[in-house]
Design a protein around this ligand. Structure first.
Ligand code: BGC
Length: 408
C-alpha cells in the first residue's frame, strides 16, 4: 500500500519559489536536500528518524526532536475547525498539540493554535495572520476542502509548508502530507460494533437509520465507506432493513432534528449508525425524552467524548471509536518540526498514502490506528491512557456501571 512518495523537503517546493518570491522567512530552504540516508534526511548533520510507532503517552519521542526544533525557523500555525461538532478539538487536539510542541522545546512564540469556531472565513483570517507573522508551517484541519485549498494555495505561494491535519483537503497543496487515522477502519469498527450490539441487545428486526457526517468532510465519506461495507451484506440478505440515509451533518442540533423527523415518519426505526459521539448524544437525548429503555436501541459514535463514554455505560450507545489524539498530535507536530527545519519527513513516519481525487494525487500520509471502545475495554483504553478521569466519568448515574466494568 506504501507507494514510493515524492520527497517532501523545503527544496521540494522548489528553490524557484524562493528565487521568484524572494521569501527570506523560509530560511529552511537554504538547507539543500542531499540524497537521504538512514540518518540523514536532508543534510546538516544527524536527524532523528521517528516513525509512526514512535509515539507514546509520555511524549518522550518529541524530546528527540529538540535539536531540530532549535534549528528550525518561523512559526508553526495550527488551524482547528470548531468547538461544537466534537469535544475533541478543545479537550484533546489543542492541549496535546501544545504538549507535543513544548516537549520538543518550542516556546509559545514558535507555535500558535487557533480554532475557527465553525467559520471558514475566520480560519482564512487566522491563516493569513500566521503567514504574516512568519509562519513556516501550517497544520490545517479544514472546515471544508474548498476553503482549506484556498488557505493552502495562499500558504504555498508564500513558501509555507502545509500539513493536512485529520481531514484531507481535496485539491490541497501539491507537496503536503496528511496526518490522520485510518478513517475507513474507523467506519468498519462502527459497523462491526453496531452488528455485535444488535446481537447483544437482541434487537429482533433491526431497522437502521444511517446518519452520516458532514458531506463536505472527506473523512465522513471514508467513515461511510467503512460502515456501509460491513452493513451492506446484512441489508442485501434482508437480515437488517436500511430505514434511510438522510443528508449528513456534524452539527448535533441538526442531527437531532433530522432524527426526530425520520423517527416520527417511521417509528420502526430501532437502531442508528452515526460516526460521532456528540451527534449520537443528540439522538440519545431525543430517545430518552421518548422513554426508550436502555439496551434496546443501538447507536454508535466516535471520539471517546465524555458524553459518549457515559452513554455507553448507560446502555444507550454501543461503543465509540477511540482515536488516541496524543498520537495524532505528536505525529503532526513531529512532521511540522522536520519541515520547519528544512528536513524531509522520514519514510518511516509516513506509513501510507491517501487518494485525493480532486488533485489526482496520492498524498503521503501518516495513518494511525483507531480502537473500538465498549464498557468491556474502557478501563484498559481511554481510562488507562488518561483520556478521561474516573471522577469525571463515573458520576452518580453510571457509578454502578463503572464498578461493573472495573473502572476505578
Ligand atoms: C473527525 C472526527 C470528528 C468529526 C466532527 C471528523 O473529521 O475525524 O473525529 O468527530 O470530524 O468534528
Amino acid at each position: 500500500m506504501m507507494l514510493k512518495r515524492k520527497k517532501i523537503t523545503a527544496r521540494g517546493v522548489g528553490t524557484t519559489f524562493v528565487a521568484v518570491l524572494g521569501i527570506v522567512a523560509l530560511a529552511a530552504c537554504t538547507t539543500p536536500s542531499t540524497s537521504p540516508g538512514p540518518s540523514d534526511t536532508g543534510g546538516g548533520g544527524d536527524v532523528p528518524e521517528l516513525n509512526a510507532e514512535s509515539f507514546t503517552p509520555d511524549f518522550s519521542a518529541m524530546e528527540e526532536l529538540k535539536g531540530l526544533a532549535s534549528e528550525g525557523k518561523g512559526l508553526i500555525g495550527v488551524l482547528l475547525p470548531d468547538t461544537t461538532t466534537s469535544a475533541r478539538y478543545v479537550t484533546f487536539d489543542a492541549p496535546y498539540l501544545k504538549q507535543a510542541f513544548e516537549a520538543a522545546g518550542l516556546d509559545s512564540t514558535q507555535f500558535k493554535i487557533d480554532n475557527a469556531q465553525g467559520s471558514a472565513s475566520t480560519m482564512q483570517t487566522q491563516a493569513e495572520a500566521d503567514i504574516t507573522a512568519g509562519a513556516s508551517v501550517l497544520l490545517v484541519d479544514a472546515l471544508d476542502s474548498g476553503s482549506g485549498a484556498a488557505i493552502e494555495a495562499a500558504a504555498t505561494a508564500r513558501g509555507v509548508k502545509v500539513i493536512d491535519y485529520d481531514r484531507l483537503v481535496k485539491g490541497g497543496a501539491e507537496d503536503r502530507i496528511y496526518v490522520s487515522f485510518d478513517n475507513v477502519k474507523v467506519g468498519q469498527l462502527i459497523g462491526e460494533g453496531e452488528v455485535s450490539c444488535i446481537e447483544d441487545w437482541k434487537v429482533a428486526k433491526p431497522n437502521i437509520l444511517i446518519m452520516n457526517g458532514d458531506p463536505t468532510d472527506n473523512n465522513a465519506k471514508l467513515f461511510a465507506e467503512g460502515y456501509n461495507g460491513v452493513l451492506k451484506p446484512k441489508f442485501d440478505s434482508g437480515d437488517y432493513v436500511k430505514a434511510g440515509e438522510p443528508a449528513g451533518t456534524w452539527t448535533p442540533s441538526v442531527a437531532q432534528t433530522t432524527f426526530a423527523q425520520q423517527y416520527t415518519a417511521n417509528p420502526k426505526i430501532n437502531a442508528v449508525v452515526t460516526p460521532n459521539d456528540d451527534n449520537a448524544n443528540a439522538v440519545i437525548a431525543y430517545l430518552q425524552s421518548k422513554k426508550i429503555p436502555a439496551k434496546t436501541f443501538p447507536t454508535t459514535g466516535q471520539d471517546a467524548s465524555l458524553s459518549g463514554l457515559q452513554n455507553i455505560l448507560k446502555g444507550y450507545q454501543c461503543g465509540t471509536v477511540y482515536k488516541p489524539i496524543y498520537l495524532e498530535a505528536q505525529a503532526a507536530a513531529a512532521a511540522a518540526i522536520y519541515l520547519r527545519a528544512g528536513k524531509e519527513v522520514p519514510e518511516g513516519l509516513v506509513n501510507g498514502t491517501t487518494r485525493d481525487d480532486t488533485a489526482g494525487t496520492d498524498v503521503s500520509s501518516v495513518l494511525l490506528t483507531p480502537v473500538w471502545v465498549t464498557a468491556e475495554n474502557m478501563a484498559d483504553t481511554v481510562v488507562k491512557d488518561g483520556a478521561v478521569s474516573v471522577s469525571d466519568l463515573c458520576i452518580a448515574q453510571v457509578k454502578d456501571a463503572c464498578t461493573e466494568a472495573g473502572i476505578k
